[in-house]
Design a protein around this ligand. Structure first.
Ligand code: ATP
Ligand code: MG
Ligand code: MG
Length: 558
């Protein structure tokens, strides 16, 4: 028996394996339509399907199948990006890469078979007529006047549809099931349509294309898929799936379909149609904009494959729709980066500090640990001198309660160096703070608290001004401040109006000199600030650009 901790899908599969269904094989597939880039929701399906194949090895595998039956929206660019993204997530389909379009001839043959069995017919009604005769949830549909055409007539018409004799939209092939079914998908659904569209793989070989609901189950069967796992919106399509598997003869496999709830994430939109709009309308900088929930976007932002896999494991699988907090994903990212991101000192919004009692021209080096989580990462020397930068957030002229960092007349510890006291605040004519004049206390090095002195509560990071690098840092934040942007926009509203103006802020930060040679695609923790990633596209040798992956903590840092 399956352990109690298994989700309902794994429980079901464990039972099938135990019963030796399909000889104990578990063959799953991830079936994207190549009409856009993959997003974090797809990652849930990828982790499930490829995960099952790893868990059930050696009698298991997972196919990557492009469900490319809708030529007007599909492109090779998407096919390529999808493969790159699945690999990046850490999964491997081996030799099992398939395209539904490879089955077009076989699928056509199955349709001929259904016609011969009297289970499919060519309908000449207009799309409007078909819609009007479908009936409603409470009333049955009306049979098409063409429903009782003979198999011979249907075979002839279907062959001529394929030969290109008819106008686009003038005829469809429908499965002959039940116009009174309570399930609308069973009221003689269209299974082939005429579409004069160039296909990215089959070119102009076809002018009729199978409908998704027809092609999908039969493709599963052709590949020997045992478990066809999809999201809940396909639950009402399951009877059609089963009808096709039962009524087409000669299928090499007998797959069945089960549904799980899709991932919905707060503060973003996820459907490809909406993501496409953001890209096409230039509201983001492409599919891989680090604010996008696409795999390519979060990769460029600095999320890691293992963090995403952990996230997918954490959210689990349910049969009921739910909304997952973006903060959970961010938590998984922090946990993972904490283990391997190299630490550096970086000041995002610099204020200059002058140590008035520190000798001019003197430079000392402080030895800092590269990663307290991994001793093997070693140590580095960071210069310290009379003029420094600290973060504007670490100083308050009129401190709020509980603020333990630098304040006028107050004392703070410069991390791994010594304590300083703010003696004077220098402002420009407009009243902006331009410099803090401070004194340092040599007796406080190495964490020492001289006897009789009050305890210094705050510790802040710093960068030597003379040695600091000016570096472009892109501070990414939630794309939408609303948890559910589509709902917030309302029926007639436009979610794109709700894009957060704070979703991207570009600053010039002051970073410690060791990052000058930072390679593109490296993770860092700017101590006390957050995790940052050297942008793989825009970083140049000696001139890295950093993307904020995620802040160290939510909200106020004491
Ligand atoms: P979208 O609705 O976002 O445009 P889709 O479902 O049309 O996506 P497909 O390319 O058909 O995109 O998806 C491939 C697989 O990924 C399908 O099996 C689908 O059920 C699954 N999938 C898509 N979105 C999610 C999601 N948010 N959570 C879990 N699985 C998803
Ligand atoms: Mg789809
Ligand atoms: Mg879709």
């Amino acid at each position: 028996a399956a352990p109690a901790s298994l989700d309902f899908i794994r429980e079901m599969i464990a039972a099938d394996v135990a019963a030796q269904r399909n000889d104990g094989w578990v063959i799953t597939r991830f079936p994207p339509e190549p009409n856009g880039y993959l997003h974090i929701g797809h990652a849930k399906s990828i982790c499930l399907n490829f995960g099952l194949s790893l868990e059930n090895a050696p009698k298991a595998r997972c196919h990557l199948r492009f469900d490319d039956t809708n030529p007007t929206k599909e492109e090779v660019e998407y096919v390529d990006s999808i493969q790159e993204d699945v690999k990046w997530l850490g999964f491997d389909w081996g030799d099992h890469l398939f395209y539904a379009s490879d089955y077009f001839e076989k699928l056509y043959g199955f349709a001929v078979q259904l016609i011969e069995k009297g289970l499919a017919y060519v309908d000449d009604q207009t799309p409007e007529e078909m819609r009007a005769t479908r009936g409603t949830l409470t009333s049955p549909g009306t049979a098409s006047p063409y429903r009782d055409r003979s198999p011979a007539e249907n075979l002839d018409l279907f062959a001529r549809m394929r030969a290109g004799e008819f106008e686009e939209g003038s005829r469809v092939l429908r499965a002959k099931i039940d116009m009174a079914s309570p399930n609308m998908n069973m009221r003689d659904p269209a299974i082939y349509r005429i579409l004069r569209a160039h296909h990215h793989r089959t070119g102009d070989a076809w002018c009729i294309y199978p409908m998704y609901d027809y092609a999908h189950p039969l493709s599963d069967a052709l590949e020997g898929i045992t478990h066809s796992l999809c999201t809940l919106e396909f639950e009402h399509h399951r009877p059609l799936y089963e009808w096709l598997i039962a009524n087409v003869s000669g299928l090499p496999g007998q797959p069945y379909q089960r549904e799980f709830a899709r991932l919905n994430l707060t503060n973003t939109v996820m459907s490809k149609r909406k993501l496409l709009r953001l890209v096409k309308e230039g509201l983001v900088n492409g599919w891989d904009d680090p604010r996008m929930p696409t795999i390519s976007g979060i990769r460029r932002r600095g999320y890691t494959p293992s963090a995403i896999r952990t996230f997918c494991k954490t959210i689990g699988l349910t049969k009921y729709p739910s909304l997952t907090e973006l903060t959970l994903l961010e938590h998984c990212v922090r946990e993972d980066l904490n283990k391997h991101a190299q630490r550096v000192y970086g000041v995002i919004r610099p204020i200059k500090v002058v140590l008035t009692n520190y000798p001019e021209g003197q430079v000392e080096h402080v030895e800092l640990v590269n990663n307290p989580e991994n001793e093997a990462d070693g140590k580095r020397q960071v210069p310290l001198s009379r003029e420094l930068f600290i973060d504007a957030d670490d100083f308050m002229e009129t401190p709020i309660q509980g603020f333990h960092r630098l304040v006028p007349g107050g004392e703070v510890r410069l991390k791994y160096a010594f304590c300083i006291i703010c003696q004077e605040v220098i402002k420009d004519e407009a009243g902006n703070i331009v410099e803090l004049r401070c004194t340092y206390d040599d007796a406080t090095r190495h964490g020492v608290k001289p006897v009789g002195r009050p305890k210094v509560k705050g510790t802040i990071h710093w960068v030597s001004a003379a040695h600091a690098l000016d570096v472009e840092v892109r501070l990414y934040d939630k794309l939408f401040l609303d948890e559910q942007p589509e709902e917030a926009a309302g029926e007639d509203g436009d979610f794109t109006q709700l894009i957060s103006p704070q979703s991207l802020e570009v600053v010039t930060a002051k970073l410690e000199p060791s990052v000058a040679e930072a390679k593109p695609g490296t993770h860092y923790q700017f101590e006390r600030v957050g995790y940052f990633y050297t942008d793989p596209k825009d970083s140049l040798p000696g001139k890295p650009v950093f993307n904020r992956t995620v802040a160290l903590k939510d909200g106020f840092v004491k």
